[in-house]
Design a binder for this molecule. Structure first.
Ligand SMILES: Cc1cc2nc3c(=O)[nH]c(=O)nc-3n(C[C@H](O)[C@H](O)[C@H](O)COP(=O)(O)OP(=O)(O)OC[C@H]3O[C@@H](n4cnc5c(N)ncnc54)[C@H](O)[C@@H]3O)c2cc1C
Length: 375
């Protein structure tokens, strides 16, 4: 007997949040706290987006393939880590850095490369997991991709289950785009199309670190510290341009990490390339990392639209058009790229979330007061 295609289930909520990165999760939490009904739709099988902290094969802990640090002067991140009782530690700064150039490696006197910053001892992803952990069950839907947004508010939102292709229809008064604007307009169909200037702005807004390759090398011990080295290096040879210590508290688990420069054309470096560079910088002790992890963010379709390397108009970050909702106050821009404060950073993602929560709560206050007005 032929099977009939499954009919979409329809569900009505006040707000659909697209993306369960730290920004979308913070928006979700704030709106639930304000009494809204929210469905948060996440394309990946995990929360956190660009906060990505896999467990090491050795079982010794987690390392960061996305964000690593937050800095003094970023009060939102600090407040959230304190509220959620997350373990943090300071970036290791002690020891000498290395300068790597065609003439060879040069040991510097001290470490002019690293600055005072904080790390999440259980990986940056633990911040997103902790926020998701305080949300009621069923709010965040994983493996669910928003593919189409119809209408100009209320919206009909088509969600596709990434595991079985099943379609769900969500109806909402507000939609929050908590993903990089360029990815939103490249991967979600808007019917009718977004206003041309807004679409154009979103399409040209770079994805922070979206064209970066990040490499982590895990070692049995932080041998460079024994030699009085900080673990940091600047290299004009590559493949990694900058290298830093990524060890946990007191050096456990021991790890170094590096960035391959933004917009480097061609494939990601191989493990052999990484090993070779680490030996040049840190000597024979660096020959046998227990594990090398490589994340090529250019190739991750849940972060970077095709051609991400070409997006260089960083002046679009925090653009005025992102600071107010579009479509009669119903379509909202969250994500770090839209922030005025610390755009690109976790702090920026939280700042944009704060703005969006206020936009939605205040829009309802405005309509309530209009309803009550004699006019
Ligand atoms: C390599 C690297 C290093 C970094 N280092 C630092 C650092 O040291 N310090 C710092 O502060 N910041 C750093 N950052 C930046 C930081 O990670 C980001 O600012 C922050 O995580 C952005 O959060 P977000 O919620 O705005 O976006 P994202 O984390 O990108 O979240 C967007 C979410 O939307 C989901 N999504 C995408 N499309 C759809 C769809 N169609 N339907 C449903 N869901 C969808 C994605 O899967 C993702 O979960 C780094 C980033 C990278 C990649």
């Amino acid at each position: 007997m032929p099977t009939t295609p499954t009919k979409s289930k329809a569900e009505i909520v006040d707000v659909v949040v697209v993306g369960a990165g730290i920004s979308g999760l913070a928006v979700t939490r704030g709106l639930l706290g304000a009494g809204k009904s929210v469905a948060t739709v996440e394309r990946r099988d995990r929360v956190g987006g660009r906060l990505l902290s896999p467990e090491l094969d050795s079982g010794n802990g987690r390392v960061d393939l996305g964000a690593t640090w937050f800095w003094p002067g970023e009060p939102r991140v600090l407040a959230l880590t304190e509220e959620l009782d997350l373990n943090i530690h300071q970036q290791h700064l002690d020891g000498d850095a290395i300068y790597h150039q065609p003439a060879g490696s040069q040991r510097l006197d001290g470490n002019p490369i690293d600055v005072h910053s904080y790390r999440f001892s259980d990986g940056a992803q633990s911040l997103a997991e902790a926020v998701a952990g305080v949300l009621p069950e069923g709010i965040v839907r994983l493996n669910a991709s928003v593919e189409k947004v119809r209408g100009e508010g209320p919206f009909e939102v088509d969600v596709v289950d990434q595991t079985n292709g099943a379609r769900t229809l969500l109806t909402a008064d507000h939609i929050v785009l908590a993903l990089p604007p360029a990815l939103a307009v490249a991967s979600i169909a808007f019917e009718p199309a977004l206003p041309e200037r807004l679409h154009g702005l979103a399409a040209m807004t770079p994805v922070w670190m979206g064209s970066t390759i990040k490499v982590v090398a895990h070692f049995e011990r932080a041998f460079w510290r024994d030699a009085g080295l900080s673990g940091s290096a600047i290299s004009h040879i590559g493949p990694m341009r900058e290298i830093h210590d990524m060890s946990g508290p007191d050096g456990h688990p021991a790890a170094l990490f590096g960035f391959v420069p933004n917009a480097t054309p061609g494939p990601a470096p191989t493990e052999a390339d990484i090993r070779h560079q680490l030996i040049e910088l840190f000597g024979a002790d660096a020959a046998n990392p227990s594990q090398i992890l490589i994340a090529d963010w250019r190739d991750d379709p849940a972060t970077s639209p095709e051609g991400v390397e070409a997006l260089q108009a960083y002046q679009a970050f925090g653009h005025a058009a992102y600071q107010r909702p579009a479509l009669g106050g119903r379509l909202h821009w969250s994500s770090t790229e839209t922030a005025v404060i610390s755009p690109g950073h976790i702090e920026g993602a939280l700042a944009s979330a704060e703005r969006v929560i206020a936009e939605i709560v205040n829009s309802d206050l405005a309509s309530t007061s209009l309803q009550g007005s004699p006019l």
